[in-house]
Design a protein around this ligand. Structure first.
Ligand SMILES: *[C@@H]1O[C@H](CO)[C@@H](O)[C@H](O)[C@H]1NC(C)=O
Ligand SMILES: *[C@@H]1O[C@H](CO)[C@@H](O)[C@H](O)[C@H]1NC(C)=O
Ligand SMILES: *[C@@H]1O[C@H](CO)[C@@H](O)[C@H](O)[C@H]1NC(C)=O
Length: 314
């Protein structure tokens, strides 16, 4: 029985721990790959009668308003030989893709006020929103869940010329930040004209290190919205609360289990005691019946005590 209780308690602890691990993994950039998948789908919907080499702006679902996306279909040979300028991205000659695709689609993302939500960067503030560029095969324009193609700049880097960059606060240095699709984050210097360089696909932004507990890491290009930073904070706050709640819930469950175990043990002990008492009662009854008269002589023995006492009396 005790073993059962203990393994049950162990199981509960394990379940809560795995839930916690899941939550904390999610609170990094765990949602970003799912966003890429969704935005690929919505970007491809802009292709109704698409012309090669023409960028099309696409609609995002209303629950993601504030994000801008576009799609551009190209022959890969043309991209390699001539390069292309597409929104903030300048592709030099020599950019190829793997695996090979005859035509590819470049999906552009501007995460706007959602930058902090999908790419939280503790200790930094965004001066420009996160821009994403992902390449996909263009063979099926109604495809969803497409794997991205690896693009590589083989001659010069791809340049990202950020627009509407917020002024760098005094005493800080702006940095380019690159979010690799594998989740790694790299920083580099900002080039002239607010330009960052990249050798492959990914997500890019300009950031500064936050000064002390700065409460205003504003993201988007639209100035009359003071909320985005707060939104991100609130979100991470609610996550903290979820984690705290999980811990407390787990503890409460454990307490309940411990109580049950103790109660079970107490119950068994009482049962045991009752049984022993019952056995004792039976024994006493037997004792009474068989040697009922021995009680009187034993009482007399105590009464003879005074004879010992008399030894001390002179
Ligand atoms: C937004 O809405 C789309 C379509 O309605 C849905 O597929 C997606 O999961 C939603 N995304 C978020 C982050 O709520
Ligand atoms: C971003 O701004 C849009 C309005 O432009 C709003 O609907 C959306 O909720 C905002 N997103 C965040 C994360 O604040
Ligand atoms: C990021 O930095 C790591 C280690 O410093 C390096 O191996 C990796 O190639 C870099 N990634 C990019 C995209 O520069």
């Amino acid at each position: 029985m005790g073993l059962l209780y203990r393994s049950l308690a162990m199981l509960v602890v394990l379940i809560w721990l795995s839930r916690l691990a899941h939550l904390s993994a999610q609170s990094s950039s765990g949602q970003a790959p799912a966003l890429d998948v969704l935005l690929q789908d919505y970007a491809y919907r802009a292709f109704v009668h698409p012309k090669t080499g023409v960028p099309y702006d696409a609609q995002v679902p209303s629950n993601l308003s504030g994000i801008q996306i576009a799609a551009l279909r190209l022959r890969s040979g043309s991209l390699y030989r001539r390069g292309v300028v597409y929104k903030e991205f300048e592709f030099p000659v020599g950019v190829n893709e793997s695996p090979y695709a005859e035509r590819l689609v470049l999906v552009y993302q501007n995460l706007g006020n959602w930058s902090l939500v999908y790419y939280p960067l503790p200790g930094y503030s965004y001066l420009a929103p996160v821009l994403g560029l992902l390449a996909y095969d263009a063979i099926d324009l109604s495809a969803k869940n497409l794997p991205y193609l690896d693009i590589a700049a083989t001659v010069d880097p791809i340049k990202i010329k950020f627009q509407d960059v917020k002024p760098t606060p005094d005493g800080t240095v702006a940095k380019c930040v690159t979010f690799d699709l594998d989740g790694s984050v790299n920083f580099s210097n900002v080039g002239s004209g607010n330009a960052c360089s990249a050798f492959k696909q990914g997500h890019f932004a300009i950031v500064v290190e936050s000064i002390a507990p700065s409460p205003s890491p504003v993201t988007s290009g639209s100035p009359p919205t003071p909320t985005p930073g707060g939104r991100g904070k609130k979100k991470s706050n609610s996550k903290t609360w979820i984690i705290v709640g999980s811990v407390l819930g787990g503890l409460a469950l454990l307490a309940l289990l411990a109580f049950l175990v103790l109660w079970g043990r107490k119950y068994r002990e009482r049962k045991h005691l009752e049984e022993m008492e019952k056995a004792a009662d039976v024994g006493e009854a037997l004792h009474m019946t068989t040697v009922g008269d021995t009680k009187a002589p034993s009482a007399m023995v105590t009464r003879t005590q005074p004879t010992i006492e008399s030894e001390y009396v002179p």
